[in-house]
Design a protein around this ligand. Structure first.
Ligand SMILES: NC(=O)c1ccc[n+]([C@@H]2O[C@H](COP(=O)([O-])OP(=O)(O)OC[C@H]3O[C@@H](n4cnc5c(N)ncnc54)[C@H](OP(=O)(O)O)[C@@H]3O)[C@@H](O)[C@H]2O)c1
Length: 324
């Protein structure tokens, strides 16, 4: 695969942006990188005959990812917790791509039975699945637990992708070049993986930002855990950049206010996710943490090194996954 920022100027700009952090994750980074490296559209292959599961496609980054895949002829399946939002998202996607094959199931991915039903419907409907974009995410300001007793952010960001991968791995394995990409975040740079911290003890010790960062770190490590075990499938994690979506509006209003003019659009946030799902020969460069179409460092600060690893996280996820 040709590196997207191949010229020396584009590469130097990319590295300078990367070092600046703020430049990298705002729309400044997206504009500079895409213009200097003359990025082609994120999906520039014919995806007719391909089917992708894109969680979180009712709005925001997942919605734009679904639109990019539909534009290339792929079929898209997704979920929303609300029938109304599912219908509205389907209408909006079909208005943009009238021939697009898109369907939503109504499901809460933190509810084990809902998730199992979604997977069973996909298994029945499809002979193969070409890829999954694990994009659903939320910011929980207060400690929230699922019926299984799992912290909700971890349940949605880590346990749900693990369970979906598990239930759909055989369908993925029958696709010619299957890919799975999970939407992590630069927030991962703030936290090491601690398995103990995945189970917060009580409300008084719950720190929403730290919990979000831990989930995002765990998503990167989960990618490694899966890549180690299912080598026929390309597993990658990515950071979309700071994008003006509902998650930011609801979860981090002050951060949004401060950076508003420089925030990315959901379309810009979706670029690398769609690119990862559509790129040719995905297994040539896989099991990485991507941002703006390049693999990035997984650690920027020494305190995030030396945490628990893929095997410990795998064991924890298996403990929290119903048998079957
Ligand atoms: N925006 C940013 O700056 C930013 C930066 C870094 C990473 N991210 C990550 O990007 C991903 C997408 O976020 P976004 O910014 O596009 O946020 P968003 O606009 O709020 O979209 C979140 C999506 O997740 C779905 N979702 C939430 N809880 C769910 C549940 N329990 N079951 C099923 N679906 C659920 C929502 O669907 P329903 O509500 O319809 O169910 C919605 O489609 C997240 O993983 C987020 O952490 C975002």
């Amino acid at each position: 695969m040709t590196p997207p920022t191949a010229t020396p100027l584009a590469r130097a700009a990319d590295l300078a942006l990367e070092a600046s952090i703020v430049g990298s994750y705002t729309n400044i980074g997206f504009r500079a990188r895409s213009e200097l490296a003359h990025w082609p559209p994120p999906v520039d292959t014919d995806l007719r005959g391909h089917t992708f599961l894109v969680t979180g496609a009712s709005r925001g980054i997942g919605h734009e990812t679904a639109a990019m895949l539909l534009a290339a002829g792929a079929a898209v399946r997704s979920v929303s917790q609300s029938a109304e939002r599912a219908d509205e998202a389907t209408r909006r996607l079909q208005a943009r791509h009238p021939d697009g094959d898109v369907a939503f199931a109504v499901a809460n991915l933190t509810v084990a039975d809902d998730l199992a039903r979604v997977a069973a419907e996909l298994q029945r409907e499809l002979t193969h699945l070409d890829g999954i974009a694990h994009c659903a995410g939320a910011f929980y300001s207060d400690l929230t637990r699922t019926a299984d007793g799992i912290e909700a952010g971890v349940a949605l960001g880590v346990v749900a992708p693990h369970r979906l991968n598990r239930l759909l791995a055989d369908h993925l394995a029958t696709a010619p070049e299957p890919r799975v990409a999970i939407v992590a975040s630069s927030g991962a740079y703030m936290h090491r993986l601690s398995i103990d911290a995945l189970d917060p003890v009580d409300d008084s010790r719950y720190r929403p930002l730290a919990a979000y960062a831990l989930t995002k770190r765990a998503q990167i490590v989960l990618t490694h855990a899966w890549a180690l075990r299912r080598r026929a499938i390309a597993f990658d994690a990515m950071a979309p950049g700071w994008s003006d979506t509902e998650l930011l509006r609801q979860g981090l209003p002050r951060f949004r206010q401060l950076l508003r003019p420089a925030l990315r659009s959901a379309f810009q946030g979706a670029d690398t996710l769609a690119w990862l799902l559509a790129r040719p020969e995905p297994r040539r460069t896989t099991d990485r943490f991507w941002h703006d179409r390049r693999p990035r460092l997984e650690h920027r600060f020494p305190w995030t090194l030396g945490g628990d690893g893929p095997d410990e996280l795998w064991a924890w996820c298996e403990q929290h996954t119903p048998a079957g």
